[in-house]
Unconditional design. Structure first.
Lengths: 534, 250
């Protein structure tokens, strides 16, 4: 949430009271008017979610499950682009009850959230078509749920190995059909994940992914630790988006502490986020060129990426900008000459990127590999609630910087959202380039309008409370739910990352394709496994 | 395509001269805190408590650093009791007391299989940089190979999550002898902020023997390159206890 004090959408509050009747109770509006929370009757959940999503056109943000002493609580968070307060629907279960009706049938974006909650909390989502091993694989004993409070986070689990022979259920039953496993150790530099390609020879009919080989249990480890310690993990679980995740986490903490950080800190956070976005997109574009064997453009972008990394280290001390964002602001101030230096570097990189983009647009052997490859139609992107450049390439507007502006983006939003409509690999490349150019502009704009003053305010004791912090990470919207109990201890952390959201939609693009297109589709989606697995 | 050829041929060479010459470009490393002498012991204690990962220990007037726990958060470089900061990258060390029995043939052709056992994507990105124009490890005879059967060295990142343990062991077993293991990054060396836990072992060395350790979070490309050079006996390893040679103020 943000601390902006514009007026709430009273109509929504009234509509909730009138139209939902006794299906919800305890409707509350937050002080700032930016959040409506309500407790939903368990059996009425599908109705209420349908009302919020279908009639009121809200979008799903995250599902947060918590095991509280009074019983389990499930919070369904929704937001509406451009207007209206956020909505939090709570389900409160008494005692040992674990059953909740599944809503994945009407809200596909929630599918993996429910599967995750089933694995980690032992929740039972009645009517869900596919529950079972997801985060935890088949070696994990049934009935042991690591996110439950009685589970010891620091005690190593039973030494039982995974089953390397595990295969998904085949749907192809024709002569010669087989499943080709890829991973978890494959390719040159790939992160660990497994993909099963169901094929009859040359054409791949469908792809079944298997993730969470890298599950480190960050959210469980965060419980009971200090904010400072948790921030270290939040920055480091997915290092290429460190600033975005640190920002989302700190925004949640600041919201709990009811403080507004100084405007100069907001502006510098924006500059750091956009610098991260530029460097991150260079990395993706290099992979994209590399996947088609375009060695010269790939090397060109590699040079830009390394220069952006060096620029980050020269500017803020760390190549991946770790240690810059802190609750209450940022850890150091920058002089005018440091900013001028940064802008000179960034402008140069933007210029190089522009030249490269112009060359690539006229390289037919490159375009042939991306046009019409891995298409995600807009309707599907919408149905699965995809985020980030992947969604924008399909024409689905999701940029939180524009549609739910936070921090300095309120005074200095990107000029336009980088929207394309085709949803294929080439559209995703165009979105990535457009975002690089718009980030260069944003940095210039923010630096030109940089407020003066302090860059942080002390946050000594954060009182108990909960909040959802969001940020537009390079890969898309990130939502960090934080609950703090007692003196500065994190009681619950839930990170909904753009990679987690978008991997859920990857199979849509990876359907009926040729083997040689698989690396190209992976590169054009540009998702991180570390970010998804947490 | 001719345009791309000309573009490639006309680009100037960017590759570092390291290890033939030192590299003092700025921004190639996050740097590290080094052992610092303070005028009174209270300052040393302050520096030690400022470290969120316990990498700094105070001994009376001096504060020492365990680089394998340092995450470059730079908290110790600020305030009154600031640690000295050194922008170097020769951080790799041999993990056993015994010298490596590296044979001559591997000096100019060493094939590496990378296994990600639960690291973040930043460290993978830094390893990728090694094959890119600025660092170009190929000129030194280091190559990444997609199959463990062709690999001489296993490069491991991450704290070895329980889902990756078997895959890691099988990759190691599939490699022909002689073989070596490099643990890259602090999560591979000590688990750092992610281990020990219910999902992650405390270090790679608890699963398979490690020969060279490259600390850092993430280690910059030249530190990883230094690790490879240490492995092949082409560069001296960092001695964890030796005092630093040069000091650069933060």
């Amino acid at each position: 949430m943000n601390q902006q004090t514009h007026h709430a959408d009273d109509k929504m509050l009234v509509a909730m009271r009138e139209e939902l009747g006794n299906r919800v109770s305890g409707i509350l509006e937050s002080e700032s008017g930016l959040l409506l929370s309500a407790v939903c009757r368990v059996d009425a959940l599908p109705d209420v979610v349908a009302w919020v999503v279908e009639q009121r056109k809200y979008r799903f943000a995250t599902l947060v499950v918590q095991a509280l002493p009074s019983g389990d609580q499930l919070d369904y968070w929704f937001f509406k682009p451009d207007n209206g307060p956020w909505i939090k629907l709570s389900i409160r279960l008494a005692g040992d009850a674990r059953e909740v009706p599944s809503v994945s049938g009407l809200l596909h974006a929630i599918d993996w959230h429910e599967r995750q909650a089933e694995d980690l909390f032992g929740m039972v989502f009645t009517g869900h078509p596919k529950l079972g091993d997801f985060v935890l694989h088949e070696e994990w004993p049934e009935g042991v749920n690591p996110m439950r409070p009685e589970f010891d986070a620091l005690k190593p689990m039973v030494e039982k190995e995974v089953d390397p022979q595990w295969r998904p259920e085949k749907i192809l039953h024709t002569p010669g059909a087989f499943v080709m496993p890829i991973g978890p150790v494959y390719s040159d530099y790939a992160e660990s994940a497994q993909f099963f390609l169901e094929t009859v020879g040359e054409d791949v009919v469908r792809m079944v992914p298997r993730f969470f080989f890298k599950y480190r249990g960050v959210e469980k480890l965060a419980e009971g630790r200090s904010i400072k310690d948790v921030l270290l993990m939040v920055e480091r679980f997915s290092g290429t988006s460190a600033v975005a995740h640190a920002t989302a986490f700190c925004r949640a903490v600041e919201s709990i502490g009811r403080i507004s950080i100084p405007p100069r800190a907001e502006a510098l956070r924006l500059i750091a986020s956009e610098l991260e976005r530029i460097r991150h997109h260079f990395g993706l574009l290099s992979d994209i060129c590399h996947s088609t064997g375009m060695i010269v453009p790939s090397a060109d972008i590699d040079i830009m990426e390394e220069e952006a990394l060096r620029l980050s280290a020269q500017w803020a001390g760390h190549r991946y900008l770790y240690g810059l964002i802190t609750p209450g602001g940022i850890t150091r101030d920058f002089s005018q000459s440091e900013l001028t230096f940064l802008i000179a570097g960034i402008t140069g990189l933007g210029h190089d990127a522009q030249q490269l983009y112009e060359r690539l647009q006229f390289t037919s052997s490159f375009l042939d590999r991306f046009e019409g490859v891995g298409i995600v139609p807009k309707a599907n992107a919408q149905r699965l609630g995809l985020v980030g450049p992947v969604a924008r390439a399909s024409g689905f507007n999701t940029d939180l910087r524009i549609h739910a502006p936070y921090g300095f983006y309120r005074c200095c939003p990107p000029e336009a959202e980088a929207l394309e409509s085709e949803g294929d690999g080439y559209a995703r490349i165009r979105v990535l380039f457009a975002e690089v150019f718009s980030s260069v502009q944003l940095i210039n704009k923010a630096a030109a309008n940089l407020p003066v003053g302090a860059v942080s305010i002390p946050m000594d004791a954060v009182s108990a409370g909960e909040a959802l912090g969001c940020a537009e990470a390079p890969k898309g919207g990130a939502f960090h739910y934080v609950r703090i109990d007692g003196p500065g201890r994190v009681a619950r952390l839930q990170m909904t990352t753009p990679s987690f959201t978008n991997w859920h939609g990857f199979h849509l693009a990876a359907e009926n394709f040729a083997f040689q297109d698989f690396p190209i589709m992976m590169a054009s989606f540009g998702l991180s496994i570390a970010e998804s697995d947490r | 395509m001719l345009g791309w050829f000309l573009r490639g041929a006309s680009s100037r060479i960017r590759t570092t001269r390291y290890p033939h010459e030192g590299d003092s470009s700025t921004g190639i490393t996050p740097g590290r805190p080094v052992a610092t002498q303070f005028s009174h012991s209270r300052a040393a204690d302050t520096a030690a408590t400022a470290c969120p990962t316990g990498a700094i220990t105070a001994h009376e007037h001096s504060a020492e650093v365990d680089l394998s726990r340092c995450v470059h958060c730079m908290a110790c470089s600020r305030g009154e009791a600031a640690m000295k900061w050194q922008n170097d990258f020769n951080w790799a060390s041999l993990s056993g007391p015994q010298a490596l029995k590296t044979t001559q043939p591997f000096k100019k052709s060493l094939h590496i299989r990378l296994v990600d056992s639960g690291s973040c994507d930043a460290v993978i990105q830094e390893i990728k940089q090694l094959a890119k124009p600025y660092y170009n490890m190929h000129r030194l005879g280091f190559f990444i190979t997609p199959t463990p059967r062709h690999a001489d060295v296993l490069m491991i990142t991450g704290p070895v999550t329980s889902h990756m343990r078997l895959a890691l062991k099988k990759t190691y077993d599939a490699m022909p002898r002689p073989k070596w293991v490099i643990a890259v990054g602090n999560c591979a060396i000590s688990g750092c902020v992610f281990a020990p836990s219910f999902m992650a072992a405390s270090a790679v060395s608890s699963v398979i023997p490690v020969d060279v350790q490259v600390p850092g979070c993430p280690p910059p490309p030249l530190a990883i390159l230094h690790g490879l050079l240490v492995l092949t006996g082409r560069a001296p390893a960092m001695q964890p206890t030796t005092p630093p040679v040069t000091e650069v103020a933060s």
